[in-house]
Design a protein around this ligand. Structure first.
Ligand SMILES: Cc1cc2nc3c(=O)[nH]c(=O)nc-3n(C[C@H](O)[C@H](O)[C@H](O)COP(=O)(O)O)c2cc1C
Ligand SMILES: O=C(O)C(=O)c1ccccc1
Length: 389
C-alpha cells in the first residue's frame, strides 16, 4: 500500500500528548523570516535574494495565489497514492529537491545533509554543479536513492566532459542542464553587500577536485586561491551556447536529460527536437531575468507545446502542498522544491530538511484528498479557477 503522507498530521498531534510541538513551523512560508532571525542577513540574503527589484519572485507567488482550487466531493479518497512516473522512474510523490549551490553557507552539513534527508524520505535530490561538497562525497551519502545531477555547462569542453563522466561514475542517472544562467543576473541585495559566496571559494568543490579544471590553472589552488576562483567565475557557464550544442550532451550522457529554465513554448519544441527528455519550467526563483514571466503563467503553454514528447517539471515559488497541486493542475508532472528546504537545512540540518519534505507532502496528500483526488493523475485544469485579483 502506498504511503499516506497525511499521517504526519496525527503523528504531530499524538506527540503533542506528551507536550512536544514541532521544532519548526509547519507553514513553510514562515521559514524565511525565522532563518533570517537565527542566521543573520548575509547568507539568508543570498538565498532569499533575487534579480532586480524582486518583482519576478513576487510574480511567481502571485501567479500561484491567483489560481484557486475548486474541490470536488464524494469521490472515495480512502486509498491514496501520490506516486508518479517521471523519466522512466517511479517517484513516491511528485516532488524532488531543486539544485541549490553553496549550501554550506546555511549549515555545515551542507549538501550531504540535504541529500540524506531526501534519501530518507525517498525523494530525488538534484545535486548542483556549484555544490560545496564534491559530487562523489554527496553520492556516497545518498545510499541507493535516486541521484540526479545538475550541470552548469562549462565553456571549457574538457571540464564539461569531466563533470559528466564523474557524475556517471558516481551513480547519477538523470542530468538536469540549467540554461537560464549563462551569466549571473543583476542581484541588488548581494551587490549592495558586495557578497558572493563563491568569491570566498564556497561552491567550487567540484571544480577544485577536477583534473580538467586544475589543468587550466597556472598555480595550485592553495598557492593562488584568488586566481582559482576567478578561473571558476570565468568558465562555470557559457553565454555562447546555442541549440545545436545540445548534441554534445546527448553524445556524452546516456541517461535522461532535462533542460532547466524553459519558459517559452518554442524552446520546449526545440528541446524535444534535440532529443531531450524533459524540461523544468522555471525562472530560477526570480533570480535571473528581472521582469520575467511568472513560472506558473508560463507552465500551461509549455506543457501544451511539450505534449507527450517531454516530461514537464516545474519550480519557482512553491511553498505549500496546495502550490504543488496547482502546478500539477497547470500541466507539471512533478515539482522541484527550492528555498523552503534550504531554510529547513539552515534551521535544523538534515532533520530540518526532512521536516520540510514531510510537511509539504502531508499537505499535498490532504489537498488532493479534500479536493476529491486519490492520485495526482486525475488532477487537471478543471480543478482550478483563476481569480481576477
Ligand atoms: C541560493 C540558491 C542557489 C541556487 N543554485 C542553483 C544552482 O546551483 N543550479 C541551478 O540550476 N539552480 C539553482 N538555484 C535555483 C533553484 O534550482 C530553483 O530553480 C529555485 O530555487 C526555485 O525557486 P524557489 O526557491 O523560489 O521556489 C538556486 C536557488 C537558490 C535560492
Ligand atoms: O545563485 C544562484 O542562483 C545560482 O544558480 C548559482 C550560480 C553559481 C554558483 C552558485 C549558485
Amino acid at each position: 500500500m502506498a504511503r499516506h503522507w497525511a499521517d504526519f498530521q496525527y503523528e504531530i498531534y499524538l506527540n503533542g500528548m506528551t507536550g512536544a510541538v514541532p521544532r519548526l513551523p509547519t507553514d513553510l512560508s514562515r521559514l524565511e523570516e525565522l532563518t533570517e532571525q537565527r542566521l543573520g542577513p548575509g547568507p539568508v540574503g543570498y538565498v532569499a535574494g533575487s534579480a532586480g527589484d524582486g518583482s519576478t519572485a513576487r510574480a511567481n507567488r502571485a501567479a500561484l495565489e491567483r489560481r484557486r482550487i475548486v474541490p470536488r466531493m464524494l469521490r472515495d479518497v480512502r486509498e491514496r497514492d501520490l506516486s508518479v512516473e517521471v523519466l522512466g522512474r517511479s517517484l513516491p510523490a511528485p516532488v524532488a529537491l531543486a539544485p541549490v549551490g553553496v549550501l554550506s553557507i546555511m549549515h555545515p552539513g551542507a549538501e550531504p545533509a540535504a541529500a540524506r534527508a531526501a534519501a530518507a524520505q525517498g525523494v530525488p535530490f538534484i545535486l548542483s554543479s556549484a555544490s560545496s561538497t564534491p559530487m562523489e562525497e554527496v553520492a556516497a551519502a545518498m545510499g541507493d536513492a535516486e541521484r540526479w545531477f545538475q550541470l552548469y555547462w562549462s565553456k571549457d569542453r574538457e571540464v564539461a566532459r569531466s563533470f559528466l563522466s564523474r557524475a556517471r561514475a558516481a551513480g547519477f542517472s538523470v542530468l538536469v542542464v540549467t540554461l537560464d544562467t549563462p551569466l549571473l543576473a543583476w542581484r541588488p541585495r548581494d551587490l549592495d553587500r558586495a557578497y558572493l559566496p563563491f568569491l570566498h571559494g564556497v561552491g567550487t568543490a567540484n571544480y577544485f577536485t577536477d583534473p580538467a579544471f586544475l589543468a587550466g590553472l597556472a598555480k595550485p589552488v592553495q598557492e593562488d586561491p584568488n586566481a582559482a576562483v576567478m578561473h571558476f567565475v570565468n568558465l562555470f557557464s557559457d553565454p555562447g551556447k546555442t541549440w545545436p550544442d545540445l548534441a554534445f550532451l546527448r553524445e556524452h550522457w546516456d541517461g535522461p536529460i532535462v533542460l532547466k529554465g524553459v519558459l517559452h513554448p518554442d524552446d520546449a519544441r526545440l528541446a524535444a527536437d534535440a532529443g531531450m527528455d524533459g524540461v523544468v519550467v522555471s525562472n530560477h526563483g526570480g533570480r535571473q531575468v528581472a521582469g520575467s514571466v511568472a513560472a506558473a503563467d508560463a507552465l500551461p503553454r509549455v506543457a501544451a507545446a511539450a505534449g507527450d514528447r517531454l516530461a514537464v517539471l516545474f519550480d519557482s515559488g512553491v511553498r505549500s502542498g496546495d502550490d504543488v497541486f496547482k502546478a500539477l493542475a497547470l500541466g507539471a508532472r512533478a515539482v522541484l522544491l527550492g528555498r523552503p528546504y534550504v531554510y529547513g537545512l539552515g534551521l535544523d540540518g538534515q532533520p530540518g530538511v526532512e521536516h520540510v519534505i514531510r510537511c509539504l507532502l502531508a499537505e499535498l496528500d490532504l489537498t488532493l484528498a479534500l479536493s476529491g483526488h486519490a492520485t495526482p493523475a486525475t488532477v487537471g485544469p478543471a480543478d482550478l479557477e483563476e481569480s481576477a485579483g
